[in-house]
Design a protein around this ligand. Sequence first.
Ligand SMILES: C=C(O[C@H]1C=CC=C(C(=O)O)[C@@H]1O)C(=O)O
Length: 410
Amino acid sequence: MRATTVAIEDPGPLERFLPESGPSTAFLRRGEGFVGLGEVARFETDRLEAADVWWDEISDQIDHDSEMLGEFGTGPIAVGTFTFDPDRSEERSVLTVPEVVIGRRGGLAWITKLGPARVDAALPAVGEPVRVPKGLTTVGGSMAEDVWTAKVGKVVDLIRRGDVHKVVLARDLIARAEEPLDLRHLLRELMASYPMTWAYLVDGMIGATPELLVRREGGLVTSRVLAGTVWSDDEAADPLRLATRLAGSRKDVSEHEFAVESVAQALAPYCNAMNVPEAPSVLKLPNVMHLATDITGVVDGDASALTLAAALHPSAAVCGTPTHLALDVISELESLDRSRYAGPVGWVDTQGDGEWAIALRGGQVRPETPNQIQLFAGAGIVADSSPESELAETAAKFVPMLQALGLLAG
Ligand SMILES: C=C(O[C@H]1C=CC=C(C(=O)O)[C@@H]1O)C(=O)O
């Protein structure tokens, strides 16, 4: 397979190149990142490790001709969305190799095309006009709210007995439209309202997540760990007071510490230098605030971004501590196939560089039900958790997608 990468003039908003149907992908933040059009190869699997091996083999077969060698993110890439727990999901994980990638980063723009022979590097036509969803309604989720809060109560009991320290419990919500959903509309809305997040679209999985599982750029790795949340239903609430409340909340700080420790421990074997800030900062989003820690490190060896994502997943930000016990509690009590929610979503290049976010604040549209989207949100439960407050927290985490769908005012 041949790949050609050329520098191009700024192509404007990248998302306008996405077609309404057919395989397409996006991973965008503050106008940077890429859109991927078409598909030259696809791997469906239930294991991150298998995808890593597959991409290694494909990478070796690509003959890449580039004007931009060494520029992060340029060149052929594989884009993926992985299930949270392959042993307990009906959904498949997918790694797809786009035929055309249009990207922008740090003032540079490029196009990469893949094919059997060297191809011209002209920009494709922009996509069809975007359709706004019509006749949307929510039709509930797998579990009634009071059943979910009762489960949170059970988890709190288990934690207080000392069986497990933290468990992230999730719930879902289904929204249905009169016509097939145009995911490009959701992507645009999410990008406009939540520019500080990573907006993703891969194989019907769409959302805008604030949490970066891992980024590898050359020898450097970064992970943005989030856990611990505060929100307010009162628009006039003072953000400084909310942030102070969050930073001083023993419950949220302990929830956050479990998450940081899980990432630091999983990353340590791959790094020969690592920096873990002692105290978290507060990340402010339009709907919630989170405790945030950016861990950085220098990679020792050639572990790819996908290898690192496999090692870090599932972190205690989306699973719990200890991992295997939290996974058992989730499978026993959550009564939900998490599908790709809370799994890694992102991209990797032929050098092993890439970015894998955690698929939060999003939902899945499936080919057999194109009018429908299943939304997911979860909350970290620790010894001091209150079931009602955790339910309200998940409601606050549904807000970005409900706004993008037009089910809530922005
Ligand atoms: C599990 C989710 O959020 C995670 C990320 C940030 C804060 C979280 C929390 O405070 O519970 C969660 O760990 C979700 O959005 O569904």
